[in-house]
Design a protein around this ligand. Structure first.
Ligand code: BTN
Length: 249
């Protein structure tokens, strides 16, 4: 195991391959200090949201950020959105037209290139772990999804090395959100809304039990999604966005 190094206010651990960086941090919660990151070269059981697997072959970016104590839990969706916005901006700095798919994916040309997961708990002490996966080179081979299949950075432009990406990400994160008690959306909301996937378009939002159709009008300051539905503008805090097939528009 390489010696941890400092990057701004963070202590970075690098690992060759771990089951999951989220799990790695969870298993060491008490011994790790606040603002620790683990960056792994590969994961064997990478975890996505909603119990999905996150394919993590070598050549990708797999990192988990530990904050303890946790920021106020109302900010959790906003931290994920801030992370998605920072990543999207990094793609855009290369002229790649990336967008933020609410609640926390990064999409380039209808391919998912990055995903984010935020987890928090209060045992044995208050903690928050932000997990970020970016496909840098190649793209997960076994991707049978028709809708927004995985894509990788190198398909659209020169992919940064994982360590370089981490440095840029951390610099931006610390610049935009230096205090966990502050609102992570402060100062980014209008820019976030300008890079929002399918803004102004008809989409379907699927929840656990039901789904809604409407036009995306934007993201609110609390991280919720605004949809213009048949019954007026409605606000949603969770769900999975999908495009509406052409014949149903
Ligand atoms: C998603 O889009 O479903 C979220 C994917 C999050 C993947 C990252 S990779 C680093 C960290 N470790 C994990 O096991 N998952 C997250």
């Amino acid at each position: 195991m390489a010696k941890p190094y400092r990057l701004n206010r963070w202590l970075i651990h690098t690992e060759d391959s771990v089951p999951s960086t989220q799990k790695w941090v969870r298993e060491r919660l008490t011994e790790l200090s606040d603002r620790t990151v683990v960056l792994a070269a590969a994961q064997t059981s990478g975890r996505g949201r909603s119990g999905k697997e996150w394919q993590s072959p070598p050549g990708g970016f797999y990192a988990s950020f530990l904050l303890k104590p946790s920021p106020p839990l109302v900010y959790a969706p906003c931290v994920s959105l801030l992370a998605a916005k920072i990543l999207t901006d990094l793609f855009r700095q290369q002229g790649i037209s990336a967008s933020v798919k609410w609640p926390n994916d990064v999409i380039v040309q209808e391919k998912k290139v990055a995903g984010i997961i935020a987890e928090a708990g209060s045992y044995p002490e208050s903690w928050f772990i932000l997990g970020i996966g970016v496909n840098l080179t190649g793209s997960p081979l076994i991707d049978e999804r028709k809708f927004l299949p995985a894509g990788s950075w190198e398909q659209f432009g020169p992919a940064p090395a994982a360590g370089k990406l981490l440095k840029k990400f951390v610099e931006e994160l610390d610049f935009s959100w230096s205090n966990r008690e502050d609102d992570p959306m402060e100062g980014i909301i209008s820019e976030l809304n300008s890079i929002l996937w399918r803004k102004g378009e008809q989409i379907t939002l699927s929840g656990v039990t039901d789904s809604f159709s409407g036009i995306i009008t934007g993201v609110e300051k609390d991280g919720s999604l605004l949809l213009l539905t048949d019954s007026g503008e409605r606000c949603f805090v969770s769900g999975e966005l999908q495009t509406v097939p052409e014949e149903r528009r």
